[in-house]
Design a protein around this ligand. Structure first.
Ligand code: SAM
Ligand code: SF4
Length: 358
């Protein structure tokens, strides 16, 4: 079967996915991205929803081998924003009509942290008259904690599986992780009623196109509502960086794989939310706009105060660390306009897929 025939099909086989992920010619890629954009326009609209991203603490109990803020990286100055500072950022998002927020941090599950987040959720809901949607990205927690935060008003949760291949997953993480435990977390969130988001890192050492195709099938089989996946980007003070042989080649390849993953996922899951992630921008100044053109519909502008941004460096060349949220807002609006999409202000931008499966 050739590309035109594959793009006409409604259902894709594993072989089709492998074929699409292996496309290399510019003309072929253009066709793929155009098809994905057309499907986004049909099923979601030519729209982009914002999630104001507050990266409120870089304290973490885990040691993921790829991550710049892993526990054992003692070059990092650790911080946790105060409740007042976080609420100030939430208010900024509310006043600027960002429909929702993502509260993200390193992983902790001690009582003090769980209470802190619980209070924050309640206060953000109160401050915004329940108008701001809240997504959490706070790692693995007990079912009770997920339930408690849901009851307080969070309604979406992002927990990447990082790789759906258990062996690769184990190679990325030391013994402080358990693949089955992670799957259980995703199942628990679904049971509680969250819109469930997951994702993978694309192009880390040892991962192949076949592995990525399995990741796409994993999203489909698990009936995921939203996906935030991004290219792996090196951080030199991490164990994974030592496995990278040629970082320049890796960057070019990972941008290319990252965009193809977005487009092929849109072909596979037409009505889910797909984020154009910041890591794409670390590899190309217009990486996120390219992802919007390839079928993504969510942007997560960082709205953390500038003074904390340098200490939340997951990988090298993280964009926007010298800017304040208002700079990002203006620059992003201009960038989205170049794609031809409309930014939808003041709405949660929930995943249409969630309402079909519930
Ligand atoms: N601690 C929470 C967790 O792990 O789910 C939330 C924050 S964590 C920093 C968010 C995501 O950053 C991870 O899921 C991982 O995929 C991504 N990340 C970490 N290091 C990265 C790197 N070097 N390149 C690309 N993405 C990275
Ligand atoms: Fe911690 Fe998340 Fe980084 Fe892992 S990816 S070290 S859990 S912040």
């Amino acid at each position: 079967m050739n590309l035109d025939e594959i793009l006409k099909q409604d259902k894709l086989t594993r072989d089709d996915l492998v074929y699409l992920m292996n496309l290399k010619e510019e003309d072929d890629l253009e066709k793929l991205y155009n098809k994905a954009y057309q499907l986004k326009a049909e099923h979601i609209g030519q729209k982009v929803f914002y999630r104001g991203l507050i990266e409120f603490s870089n304290l973490c109990v885990k040691n993921c081998n790829y991550c710049g803020i892993r526990k054992d990286n003692n070059k990092v100055d650790r911080f946790t924003m105060t409740e007042e500072e976080i609420l100030d950022r939430a208010k900024w998002a509310y006043e600027n009509k960002y429909g929702s927020l993502v509260l993200q941090a390193g992983e902790r599950s001690d009582k003090e942290f769980v209470d802190f987040v619980d209070n924050l959720i309640k206060k953000i809901k109160e401050m915004s008259n329940n108008e701001l949607g809240i997504t959490l990205s706070l790692g693995e927690q007990s079912k009770e904690t997920y339930q408690r935060w849901y009851d307080s008003g969070a309604h979406r949760y992002l927990l990447r599986i990082e790789s759906s291949n258990e062996k690769l997953y184990n190679s990325l993480h030391p013994n402080d992780h358990d693949f089955k435990g992670r799957l259980e977390c995703l199942a628990e969130m679904k049971e509680i009623g969250y819109q469930v988001g997951t994702g993978v890192m694309i192009g880390f050492p040892g991962q192949s196109i076949e592995d990525l195709v399995d990741d796409l099938i994993f999203f489909k089989e698990n009936d995921i509502d939203m996906v935030g996946m991004g290219p792996y980007v090196l951080h030199e003070d991490t164990p994974t960086a030592k496995k990278v042989e040629n970082n320049e080649l890796l960057k070019t390849r990972n941008l290319n794989w990252g965009l193809k993953m977005v487009a092929v996922l849109r072909l596979l899951m037409k009505d889910i939310n797909i984020a154009a992630t910041t890591a794409l921008q670390a590899l190309n100044p217009v990486g996120r706009e390219m992802a919007l053109k390839a079928g993504a519909n969510i942007l997560m502008p960082i709205i953390t105060h500038r003074k904390y941004r340098t200490d939340y460096q997951l990988y090298e060349n993280k964009p926007c660390i010298d800017e304040e949220a208002s700079d990002c807002k203006n620059c992003l609006a201009a960038r989205v306009a170049t794609v031809g999409d409309e930014i939808v202000y003041g709405e949660w931008g929930d995943s249409p897929h969630y309402f079909k499966r519930t």
